[in-house]
Design a protein around this ligand. Sequence first.
Ligand SMILES: C[S@@+](CC[C@H](N)C(=O)[O-])C[C@H]1O[C@@H](n2cnc3c(N)ncnc32)[C@H](O)[C@@H]1O
Length: 387
Amino acid sequence: MQDRLTDLAVGNVLSNAVNIGNRLNLFKAIADISDEQNPALPERIAETAGCKERYVREWCNTLACGHILEVNEKEEFWIAKENLEVSYFSRVRPPIPNILTFQALTTDNFPLIFNTMLSTVLKPIDILIECFKKEGPYGLDYSVYSDFEEMQQKFAKATSEKHVIPSLVPAIGHGIPERLVSGIRVLDVGCGGGLHVRLLADHFPNSVFVGLDITEKAIEQAKLHKKSDGSDFKNLEFVVGDAGNMPKDWMDSFDLVLLFGSCHDQMRPDLVFLILIVNQCNFNKFQCLLEVHRVVKPDGIVAVTDVDGSSNVHTDRETYGKMAAMKYGGSMLHCLPVGSNSPDALCCGSMWGRKRAVALMNKCGFDDVEIIPTDYFPGSVLYLMKK
Ligand SMILES: C[S@@+](CC[C@H](N)C(=O)[O-])C[C@H]1O[C@@H](n2cnc3c(N)ncnc32)[C@H](O)[C@@H]1O
């Protein structure tokens, strides 16, 4: 165990160093100016990235000792060629357990962005520790993760940008790709910084899109963006609001309702979990999925992209290998505390898994839930429902 604990501490330090390098574009700076034949001194790397040489030198030293950067006897650095590009296997869409085949230090990818997000989800660690205690707070508000919205946008960009139009839209099927072209009404619930709904609004000008999120900060950021041609969106609106209590006049008004990673984060995505977990319920309350059922048209489609899991940790450990700890850890540090922040919260956590998710969707009136693998969104799955 001593060796294992030492490995964990070393991994933690290296993870934070990767975070620093990614945020300051230090990997890109090294890649731009050096290779094995032309290694670079920290001074040049620092100059290229607009940073101080002394700090960059210690950063290079740390990552070279961790075998993430290469170093020679003259204390010059470079990135090994195989770590510069996303490997062949990841480009041909690996099965989910193989997502660690992403090698790149300079291309946005899931493991790299996860290292970068760690410092964000660790910000409220002292309060999180209090949440564990019986008399401690129920959970945490999004605001205590001070740069969560920015990081979530980076995460969405790294994981989704290339895949929403060519892969996700066809996967939704049910005539939706054609109907998006001719013109329908679409709602993105828990849209965050709005990347997904923005990509769709840009690509399908005849359709009308609404992005809804509970935090003002997320909606402020979502509104900052323009279309890819630089003009303002005419078919996209962002609204601050609670998915558990959407405007009354949205009844039966959307042809397509989307949730990207925002279902499990809600404190009350339905009431079923309450029955399963603490054996209490209050069927009078309208909550998120019940609300989604209300606002989708009778022939409409609900598409929920969420973290994939089996609802059994033993199975997940077999399926995902070392990624399983990352998935459950992300839930413990962020998704669970934000989804637990009230006395009647369902405390789903992002690893609620297919079995619990489908049970919940069924109880909210969605009888037939299709489960579609989405290996282009690492570690996620698509649930499709008709009203
Ligand atoms: C994990 S983030 C996903 C954001 C975005 N869909 C994306 O993929 O980048 C979850 C989002 O759900 C939002 N959210 C959580 N509870 C909500 C609620 N009750 N109503 C509306 N939005 C909510 C959060 O503010 C956050 O932006």
